[in-house]
Ligand binder design. Structure first.
Ligand code: NZQ
Ligand code: ZN
Length: 386
């Protein structure tokens, strides 16, 4: 197990009605930037409720609406300008990962002397930020409780993850009822995303990390159990609550610290989003089984067999047979049970023309992964997913 420091200072207020905790923003001042997306929070009433609580707490808001899925640096720059011009003291995101990620880089950008894109390219330049608060409305990314943000510049076909301790939210509201209105498509994509975060941590060369691996297996079984229930019954509280808390714990360091190698399916997916603006969780679902098949070998078969036994309950003594069945089950879960697109073609990527450049860009991030991947490996995985 590697050495690590585990420090997650985010106060989590979990459960029905937890939005009342927005009154705690008053501890950071009286002027907030409210960041949100395309309007779902107005349709489901969260916006009105938040404004009422903030007003009672004496917090005035300036709004930045319209954060895109795959949030753009141009929107982040607008948020930074608003913070500077209006002397705002904190940033409140209400939405999914895209909104929270944008809010994080805005909060750091407001106190950075330069263009916020610098912070996307190099997280170590973000050494202070306005306090960040979030109300989560989509279970997926874990952004509500981690230090990461992923920002896109479509004009350059670049999408990069960054991260800094100052970008960890101060407080996040996790009310599972707020995810009742999430569409089937985004529910499935969110489930695939949280599963992928768990896989990225779970498949590791570290052999003595039982705590992390057992936690991962529990998280994966929970996601496999409740993802389909949330799809069938969007207002099932138990399903939404378990997915929400599982997603936060898949990426907040609990299962990654001390154990994880560099991630690799994520860098590959970020290239797909950077070039084709696809939904992150759908890209991950398409790539994951192709990646699993690509890295299955005599060196990794025991890990995949363990995954089959522990997560899918597959019986059998032959490791290869169990591993192959586990990969089939993963495929079936995403593409049949959760009804997700199964190929790159289905999300509009119909030819190989960008594979070379995308693979080149992803390769750096995949060098230190569970099974190190070269540019050629990545091209093969993209082809298998096509
Ligand atoms: O924009 P609005 O109108 O709010 O609609 C959103 C959006 O269209 C909608 N939505 C959200 N909550 C809803 C809802 N619709 C109805 N009811 C609700 N309660 O869902 C759509 C997708 O939202 P988005 O925020 O883009 O989804 P997600 O949470 O999956 O975030 C994806 C982004 O996060 C990044 C991804 O790369 C992508 O850019 N990631 C961030 C990470 C992190 N910060 O740690 C890690 C992840 O691996 C990921 O890379
Ligand atoms: Zn992800």
């Amino acid at each position: 197990m590697y050495n690590f420091t585990y420090h997650v200072p985010t106060r989590i207020n979990f459960g029905k009605g937890a939005i009342s905790h927005l009154s705690e923003l008053a501890e950071s001042g009286s002027k907030a930037l409210l960041v949100y997306g395309g309007g779902s929070i107005k349709r489901n009433g969260i916006y009105d409720e938040a404004l009422r609580i903030l007003s009672e707490a004496g917090v005035q808001v300036t709004e930045l609406a319209g954060v895109e899925p795959n949030p753009r640096i141009q929107t982040v720059r607008r948020g930074v300008d608003l913070c500077r011009q209006c002397g705002l003291q904190m940033v409140l995101a209400i939405g999914g990962g895209s909104t929270i990620d944008a809010a994080k880089v805005i909060a750091a950008g407001a106190l950075y002397d330069g263009d916020p894109w610098d912070l996307v390219l190099d997280g170590s330049k973000a050494n202070k930020a306005l306090p960040i608060y979030s109300v989560l409305t989509l279970s997926a990314t874990g952004s509500e409780m981690d230090k990461f943000a992923v920002i896109t510049d479509m004009s350059k076909n670049e999408k990069w993850g960054t991260g800094a301790p100052c970008m960890v939210p101060t407080m996040s509201v996790l009310d599972p009822t707020y995810t009742f209105t999430v569409s089937r498509r985004q529910t499935a994509a969110g489930t695939a995303d949280m599963m992928s975060h768990t896989f990225e941590n779970y498949f590791t060369r570290e052999q003595d990390v039982d705590v992390q691996k057992e936690f991962c297996e529990g998280l994966l079984r929970t996601m496999v159990k409740y993802g389909p229930i949330a799809l069938q019954h969007p207002d099932d509280y138990a399903a939404r609550a378990n997915l929400m808390w599982a997603a936060s714990n898949a990426i907040n360091g609990l299962v990654g610290n001390g154990s994880a190698n560099a991630w690799c399916v994520h860098p590959m997916e970020h290239e797909l989003s950077a070039f084709y603006d696809i939904t992150h969780g759908e890209g991950l679902a398409i790539l994951t089984p192709a990646w699993m098949e690509h890295v299955l070998s005599v060196d990794t078969v025991a890990d995949f067999a363990r995954y089959g036994h522990r997560v899918w309950g597959i019986q059998g003594l032959d490791d290869y047979a169990v591993a192959h069945e586990a990969i089939s089950k993963t495929r079936e879960f995403f593409f049949v049970t959760m009804g997700m697109p199964a190929t790159l073609r289905e999300v509009g990527i119909t030819d190989e023309k960008n594979f070379e450049v995308m693979a080149q860009k992803a390769a750096d991030g995949c060098k230190g992964s569970y099974v190190p991947l070269t540019k050629d490996d990545i091209i093969q995985i993209f082809r298998a997913a096509l």
